[in-house]
Design a protein around this ligand. Structure first.
Ligand code: MCA
Ligand code: AMP
Length: 506
C-alpha cells in the first residue's frame, strides 16, 4: 500500500537504530523504535474508531509519544490536528465543533472538561500527560508494533492546522501529503540537512515551524533531534557545542544574545541557525554574526503555504530579507487592488503558488475562494517587495495581525470579547514593539457614556476565554479611537501613541 508521507518520512527507518529523539530526561528513541511506536499508536487510533480521513485532535504536551501520534495518524490515513496547549476550553470548543474529530488526545487534567465540550457520541478521548503517561501510552504499550499502512495519495489530507482569522473565526488550513512532503524535500535539500546533523528542537510542535519545518526535514534524512520540552536558554547553550542545526523564532535569538555565554567557540560545531515565523530585526542578525560568526538564515512561510522563500545556504544571507522563492514555488508581488503584478522594487501583496500551497479552508469554501485564486496563487496578506534578481523582503502586513514571540494574534478575536463586556462601547486591539516578543498586545477601550467599568473588570471577563499569550498587556481607557476620513480605526496612530507601553507592567 502506498502512503505518500509515511513512505518517505517513516517507513525507510524501520530497521535503523540511529538516534531520532533525545529527550530532556535523557531517554533516547531510535528511528527503528519510532517506527514501532508509530505502529502501536496507529492500532490505538483504529481501535478508537479512527477511519481514513477522520480528524485526530491533539492538545498534548511536547513528549516523544506526541511525535509518534503524528506518525500514527499518517500511517492510519487520518488527518492530524494539533492545537496550541495554551488554548482555553472556550477556544477549543470552536475547533472541536468545526473539525468534528473522531479521537481527541489531551492532558489527563483536561479530560473531564474535554468530555463536556464534546457532549456527543462517537468521540474517543485518550490522555497523554507531560510525563508521557495516560490512557494513550497504556493502550499503545499493549498493541502490536507492526501495522498495515493505510493507502494515501499525494492529494489526500495529512493535517488540519487552525490559523486565526481576520474576521475573528479561526480557519482550518487543509494540508495534503504532497504539500508537506514537497516542502520537506525542498528545505532539506536547500539547507543541506543530512543524517549527520543534530537539531536543537525547542519550538512547540503544534505549528508548522516546529512540526513540519523542523521534524519533517529531520525525518526525511534521518537526522538526530535534541527534543526539548520548551525553549530554555540555559539548556540551548549547553547543547550548542554538541549540535549542528537550530531552528527558532526571533525571540530565541534575542534571548541567546542577552547571555554572555553565547560565543563563537560555543557555536564551533554549529552549521546553521534558521529563523522564521516573525521578522528578524537586522540588528539581531548583525549582532548574532558578530558574536558567533554565524549569519542566521531567515526564511518565510505561513500555515497555508508551508515555507515559500528562504535565504540561500550558500551565498548571501541578507539581513531584513527572506531570500528567494524555494525551488518549485512561484512568488509574485501584485497590486492589492487589481491583482496585477507590480514592477520589481514596488511594494505589493505577496502571492504564492506551488505544491506547498494548501488545499483550502476546512468547511469554508467562501474564505478559500477569497484567498486562493483560480490560478492557484494564494494571497498571503503580507506586503513585500522583490528585487530585480528575485530576492524578497517583507515590508508589512495588509492583514490586521500581531505576532508575539512567533505566535499569531488576531485583534478582531480579542476586540469582539472586549466589546461584549457591559459598559464597553468599542475597542481597538493593536501591537506595539516589545523587546522580548517582538510585539505585544494593547487594547484601547471606549466606554459607553456614564459607564464606569475598570480595566481590571474588563480583563476579568475577557481573559478566562483567551490563551494567556493573547492577553492585552494593558487596557487603555480612551475618549475616542483615531479614525481616518472613511471611519476606519487608524491602528498605526495607536501604535505610535502607545509605543513604549508594551513592556509596561500589567
Ligand atoms: C509565552 N508567553 C507569551 C508567549 N509565550 N506571551 C506572549 N507571546 C508569546 N509568544 C507568556 C506565558 O503565557 C507566560 O505568561 C509567560 O509568557 C512566560 O511563559 P513561558 O512558557 O515561560 O514562555 P516562554 O518560555 O518565555 O515562551 C516564549 C517563547 C514561546 C519561547 C518565545 O512563546 C515560543 O516557543 N514561541 C514559538 C512560537 C512558534 O513556534 N511559532 C511558529 C508558528 P505569565 O507568566 O504572565 O502567565 S508557525 C508560523 O508562524 C509560520 C508557518 C512560520 O513561518 O513558521
Ligand atoms: P501563521 O499564519 O501562523 O502561519 O503565520 C504566518 C505569518 O507569519 C506570515 O503571514 C507572516 O506575516 C509571518 N512570518 C513568517 N515568517 C516571517 C518572516 N521571516 N518575516 C516576517 N514575517 C514572517
Amino acid at each position: 500500500m502506498s502512503n505518500t508521507l509515511y513512505d518517505a518520512l517513516i517507513a525507510p527507518h524501520a530497521t535503523s537504530e540511529q538516534v531520532f529523539l533525545e529527550c530532556d530526561d535523557g531517554t533516547v528513541l531510535s528511528y527503528g523504535g519510532y517506527v514501532r511506536r508509530v505502529a502501536q499508536m496507529a492500532h490505538v487510533l483504529v481501535n478508537a474508531g479512527v477511519a481514513p480521513g477522520d480528524r485526530v485532535f491533539v492538545q498534548a504536551p511536547k513528549v516523544s509519544d506526541t511525535i509518534a501520534l503524528y506518525g500514527a495518524a499518517i500511517q492510519a490515513g487520518a488527518v492530524y490536528l494539533p492545537v496550541n496547549t495554551a488554548y482555553t476550553l472556550s477556544e477549543l470548543s470552536y475547533f472541536i465543533q468545526d473539525a468534528q474529530p473522531r479521537a481527541i488526545i489531551c492532558d489527563p487534567k483536561d479530560e473531564a472538561a474535554m468530555a463536556q465540550i464534546c457532549g456527543r457520541q462517537g468521540v474517543t478521548i485518550l490522555t497523554l500527560g507531560p510525563d508521557g503517561t495516560g490512557s494513550l501510552a497504556t493502550a499503545a504499550d499493549a498493541a502490536e508494533d507492526t501495522f498495515k499502512t493505510v493507502a494515501r495519495g499525494p492529494d489526500d489530507l495529512a493535517a488540519l492546522l487552525y490559523t486565526s482569522g481576520t474576521t475573528g473565526r479561526s480557519k482550518g488550513a487543509m494540508l495534503s501529503h504532497k504539500n508537506l512532503l514537497s516542502n520537506a524535500i525542498s528545505l532539506a535539500d536547500l539547507w543541506e540537512i543530512t543524517d549527520q546533523d543534530r537539531l536543537i528542537h525547542a519550538l512547540p510542535i503544534f505549528h508548522t515551524h516546529g512540526l513540519f519545518v523542523a521534524l519533517n526535514t529531520c525525518l526525511l534524512v534521518g537526522a538526530r533531534v535534541r527534543f526539548m520540552a520548551a525553549f530554555n536558554g540555559d539548556e540551548v547553550l549547553k547543547e550548542l557545542p554538541k549540535s549542528t542545526l537550530m531552528m527558532g523564532v526571533p525571540t530565541f535569538y534575542t534571548r541567546l544574545l542577552d547571555d554572555p555565554r553565547l560565543t563563537r567557540d560555543l557555536c564551533a560545531e554549529m552549521r546553521l541557525f534558521v529563523s522564521g515565523s516573525a521578522p528578524l530585526l537586522a540588528d539581531t542578525h548583525t549582532e548574532f554574526a558578530r558574536r558567533t560568526g554565524h549569519r542566521i538564515l531567515e526564511r518565510y512561510g505561513m500555515t497555508e503555504t508551508n515555507m515559500s522563500t528562504s535565504n540561500p545556504y550558500e551565498g548571501d544571507r541578507v539581513a531584513g530579507t527572506v531570500g528567494y522563492a524555494l525551488p518549485g514555488v512561484e512568488v509574485v508581488i501584485t497590486d492589492p487592488d487589481t491583482g496585477a503584478p507590480v514592477a520589481a522594487g514596488d511594494i505589493g501583496m505577496i502571492e504564492v503558488r506551488g505544491d506547498n500551497v494548501f488545499q483550502g479552508y476546512w468547511n469554508m469554501p467562501e474564505k478559500t475562494a477569497e484567498e486562493l485564486r483560480d490560478t492557484g496563487f494564494f494571497i498571503t496578506g503580507d506586503l513585500g517587495v522583490q528585487s530585480d534578481d528575485g530576492r524578497i523582503s517583507i515590508v508589512g502586513r495588509q492583514k490586521d495581525l500581531i505576532i508575539s514571540g512567533g505566535y499569531n494574534i488576531y485583534p478582531k478575536e480579542i476586540e469582539e470579547l472586549i466589546n461584549n463586556v457591559d459598559g464597553v462601547l468599542e475597542s481597538a486591539v493593536f501591537g506595539v514593539p516589545h523587546p522580548d516578543f517582538g510585539e505585544s498586545v494593547l487594547a484601547a477601550v471606549i466606554l459607553e457614556q456614564g459607564a464606569s467599568v475598570t480595566p481590571d473588570a474588563i480583563a476579568a471577563q475577557v481573559e478566562p476565554l483567551l490563551a494567556r499569550f493573547k492577553h492585552p498587556r494593558r487596557y487603555i481607557l480612551c475618549d475616542a479611537l483615531p479614525r481616518n476620513t472613511m471611519g476606519k480605526v487608524q491602528k498605526n496612530v495607536l501604535r505610535d501613541t502607545y509605543n513604549g507601553s508594551g513592556a509596561a507592567p500589567e
